[in-house]
Design a protein around this ligand. Structure first.
Ligand code: NAI
Ligand code: SF4
Length: 516
């Protein structure tokens, strides 16, 4: 028999290692031979550690499994998929997974992450095989026509970015993958790097061939040691098997790549700051223009894409632009891995076509709050995203629809809050976060965020609350329009959405101060 026990950071944080040890011990004691595969997670984290057994009728899942469950699992015959209190049945029939449309994450949690044969058996490398037989301009055209937009948060059309790099003549060009996934509630980049690393390598090789870049770097945040280890091993395997190197898949195209580790600064997720960091410099933001697509890493034309943007390219090159474009709504095409976190019952990664409403995601898929109390607010798009109240739950998950309501979908992380949340505290937190993480290059962000904390403290103490709230609004306008990058420029989103949608939390209330 074959037993699958996720070995990604999410499952490990929930105790997967102890479960694996208990299963190994049980197998040894019973003298049963079985192969244990440390797969990635399927992303239903409320069911992790989720152990699967391959049976003649297909895979059967059990979860969340505790080490203390292991003995009884063996006693009840789990190696044959028999019922048990942790029995979940066929994994793809579990509602949270069955309702998804898995294109980018199709293999994540299914295959052995470091088996290239496994990867190929599940459709891997087909996109790259197609790409090496095409002219670069035709690859770029296909990615443009698919409607794929930057999944890091800004939603810039990937094909247009690639075209700028392709059209810029240079002796050397680079592909840089931004894996500095710093937003709260986000873990999609990590999950795919740990669960299906070859899909990112394949996407980067396609990007290289499409734009004439022969070298790639993945910039991974230092908080992701497991992703770093898996990616390093996967790059080595890919190189050994000719997926990377001077002749990619035996073609005349050369492409190779390296993994680089960040040093723990949120702002290094901003693309120009990331480039400085990669070059060994301090991670401060560069002014744009010049765009990185024209003058990026070491001054050369550079594609910088998020992990999910690049990992979505292989399926587009395999199944075609029309297939991918068929999913989604408006100008938001394809699928998006929504990451549901915070105070929520069913936390995890949910890949689906754009267009579900926020209410469907939070109430139906997320199952409401973990505390059982009413949902008060959902912050969409990380610490710089807006807080949406229930009144905006009919907003469809789509770049333009969120922008129209003064919000953003960003990297598609959702943090759910129940009715005990204090939105004034959350607004203060946003300013404080900005003050701590500011790179210091421009005044509205460097000074403004600190002043913002002070003024919000005055509001909380009931000192000239009305006047000080007007001051916060004014400050937010200065930060929004006067900051050089999104850190200072987007901090107003959480602050202003809190003030706009939850005015009751900003009322001068002596009782509130007294109560605290
Ligand atoms: P941006 O709108 O300035 O740029 C988007 C991308 O398009 C950049 O790569 C830019 O170089 C490129 N671009 C623009 N015009 C181009 C052209 N004509 N040709 C080629 N390329 C062109 O946005 P930015 O500052 O890169 O990103 C802001 C976003 O980052 C926010 O929406 C936020 O949601 C997200 N974010 C994501 C985080 C994460 O953990 N993934 C963390 C923090 C913020
Ligand atoms: Fe640096 Fe903040 Fe200015 Fe961005 S907005 S360049 S983080 S000081």
């Amino acid at each position: 028999p074959r037993i699958y026990i996720p070995g990604d950071s999410g499952a490990l944080a929930l105790g997967a290692e102890k479960v694996a040890k208990a299963i190994e011990k049980e197998l040894a004691e019973r003298g049963v031979e079985a192969k244990i595969v440390r797969n990635g997670s399927r992303g239903a984290y409320f069911l992790e550690p989720m152990v699967e057994v391959a049976t003649a009728e297909g895979r059967v899942a059990y979860g969340p499994v505790k080490p203390s469950d292991v003995k009884s699992l063996f006693d009840s015959g789990f190696l044959k998929g028999a019922p048990h209190k942790r029995w979940l049945g066929a994994p793809d029939k579990i509602p949270f997974l069955a309702k998804q449309t898995r294109l980018t994450f199709a293999r994540c949690g299914v295959i052995d992450p470091l088996s290239l044969d496994n990867y190929k058996a599940h459709g891997g490398l087909k996109g790259l095989h197609n790409a090496v037989a095409m002219a670069p301009a035709d690859i770029v055209k296909q990615v443009t026509e698919s409607g794929l937009r930057g999944r890091g948060g800004a939603g810039f059309p990937t094909g247009i970015k690639w075209k700028t790099v392709l059209d810029t003549a240079s002796d050397r060009k680079y592909i840089v993958c931004n894996a500095d996934e710093g937003d709260s509630a986000t873990f999609a980049d990590r999950m795919i790097m740990e669960g299906d690393p070859f899909v990112l390598i394949e996407g980067m090789a396609i990007a290289g061939i499409a734009t004439g870049a022969t070298k790639g770097f993945v910039y991974i945040r230092s908080e992701y040691p497991h992703a770093v280890a898996t990616m390093n091993k996967a790059v080595e395997i890919a190189r050994k098997h000719g997926v990377l190197g001077v002749n990619v898949l035996g073609s005349p195209n050369a492409f190779d790549m390296e993994i680089r580790v960040g040093a723990g600064a949120y702002v290094c997720g901003e693309e120009t700051s990331l480039l400085n960091s990669l070059e060994g410099k301090r991670g401060v933001v560069r002014a744009k223009p010049p765009l990185p697509a024209i003058q990026g890493l070491f001054g050369k034309p550079t594609v910088i894409n998020n992990v999910i943007s690049l990992a979505s390219v292989p399926i587009i090159m395999d199944k075609g632009a029309a297939f991918y474009k068929d999913f989604g709504m408006g100008r938001s095409r394809g699928t998006i891995p929504i990451q549901i976190a915070g105070n929520v019952k069913h936390g995890g990664l949910f890949e689906t076509a754009f267009g579900l409403t926020l209410g469907e995601i939070v109430d139906d898929i997320g199952g409401g709050t973990a505390s059982g109390r009413p949902v008060k607010a959902v912050q969409v798009g990380g610490p710089l995203g807006a807080y949406f109240p229930r009144a905006l739950f009919d907003t469809p998950f789509d770049y333009e629809a969120f922008a129209a309501k003064d919000g953003l979908i960003g990297h598609a992380g959702l943090t759910v809050f129940d009715d005990t949340a204090d939105m004034l505290k959350q607004a203060r937190f946003a300013m404080e976060f900005c003050a701590i993480e500011s790179c210091g290059k421009c005044t509205p962000c460097r000074i403004g965020s600190t002043r913002g904390v002070e003024v919000l403290d005055k509001v909380a103490s009931g000192i000239e609350a009305e006047k000080n709230l007007a001051l916060v609004t004014d400050l937010c306008n200065t930060m929004k329009f006067g900051s050089l990058c999104a850190l200072g420029g987007f901090t107003p989103y959480p602050v202003m959405s809190s003030i706009t949608h939850f005015p009751e939390d900003f009322q001068p209330a002596p009782t509130r101060v007294a109560a605290e």
